[in-house]
Design a protein around this ligand. Sequence first.
Ligand code: UDP
Ligand code: MG
Length: 138
Amino acid sequence: MTIERTLGLIKPDGLERGKQGLIIDRILQNGFKILAMKQIRLTKAQAEGFYAEHAARPFFGSLCSYMTSGQIIAMTLEKENAIADWRKLMGATNPEKADAGTIRKDFAVDMEKNSVHGSDSPASAGREVPHFFSNLEF
Ligand code: UDP
Ligand code: MG
């Protein structure tokens, strides 16, 4: 397996309820290195650009207003097989369907306010990491 980098976000519901420490601890305990991390509030344009692949979906407007409703934490995560392993640690999009022990199962509020984001493929990670971090930050 190769060392990969992926984008992790802790979404506004995670910070609002003070879960960011517990989520970051799980990331570290599962062998990820946090290469870069910042707490920011997205503008509407940034949220719409980040989720452009979902622009035609019925949940797009609500998702973008939720993602700009408070601060988020953005992280570049690195380990072997980081992209798939971070998705596995996050759990399914719908927390009701997420496996036991996953972050979404344990922390998410609902299908939208599901606490974390992770790139879903090498192509997505290649696009999403630079959305938040320039190479100068590594
Ligand atoms: N989402 C939603 N309703 C849906 C599907 C998705 O509110 O029916 C939100 C949810 O916050 C999700 C994000 O849109 O995490 C992106 O959707 P995607 O299908 O890419 O899920 P993910 O990759 O985050 O598991
Ligand atoms: Mg996705």
